[in-house]
Ligand binder design. Structure first.
Ligand SMILES: [Zn+2]
Length: 229
């Protein structure tokens, strides 16, 4: 395993240009759950981070009526992005009804290509939620269509991700409070139910990599390496 978090240059101390980072997720809250610490560290270094959500969370928002969910969860995503100094973007699908077909491959590719990313993080294709698997397939297809132009990494989320063996780690210990706040911005998703599980994961990943808490990623074996924070 390669723990590369400590060895990479810090922007500002070198001539490293600002990168465009896209973190794709099946729902509002997924990029935050899996990557909020890494996102905070990227944005603190001056890189530009976009959280690209496949849908607006139309399918569930706690006790509120379904008709209000998209608005509630779009607002929650905006709050999380503010905490992480990132920008929210939406790919226009419907929560719980993800479609992976030729028109959606093309639509997702257009959204991603418009961001011109240097690095993309997406969900692991063997997740229990269909929308997570869908965003993973859509991202992979866009990466292949781009000629593997950007670096492609996979992330894990509490209770959904199966059979994940990461190879690279980011120390998130210094940004733990912002990571927590970004996850708790998704109040309608009852973060008490999943955030502690994700902390167990990042503590375990930290034990593997020598940090108090770490987020862990798997780079696609045919992807170029990215500058991780
Ligand atoms: Zn999700």
């Amino acid at each position: 395993m390669l723990a590369c978090a400590a060895a990479l240059p810090v922007r500002g101390e070198s001539s490293t240009p600002a990168l465009k980072i896209v973190v794709a997720g099946g729902h509002p809250g997924d990029p935050e759950c899996g990557c909020a610490g890494t996102i905070a560290r990227y944005s603190d270094l001056g890189h530009n981070v976009v959280l690209l959500y496949l849908n607006r969370g139309e399918g569930f928002c706690g006790g509120a009526s379904l008709g209000r969910c998209a608005a509630i969860r779009t607002a929650e995503a905006g709050k999380a992005c503010q905490i992480l100094k990132a920008r929210a973007a939406f790919a226009g699908q419907y929560d719980g009804r993800a479609i992976v077909d030729a028109p959606r491959y093309e639509a997702f590719d257009r959204v991603l290509a418009a961001e011109s990313p240097d690095v993309v993080f997406t969900q692991w294709p063997i997740d229990s939620h269909r929308d997570h698997r869908a965003v993973s397939m859509l991202t992979l297809d866009a990466w292949l269509k781009s000629g593997k132009r950007f670096a492609l990494y996979y992330y894990e989320v509490a209770e959904d991700t199966m059979m994940f063996s990461p190879g690279e780690y980011v120390d998130i210990s210094s940004v733990e409070s912002r990571r927590r706040a970004a996850c708790y911005a998704h109040a309608s998703q009852q973060p008490d139910k999943w955030y502690p599980k994700q902390v167990e994961i990042t503590r375990s990943r930290g034990a593997e990599s020598g940090f108090p808490q770490a987020e862990a990623f798997l780079r696609h074996p045919e992807s170029k390496r990215a500058l991780l924070p």
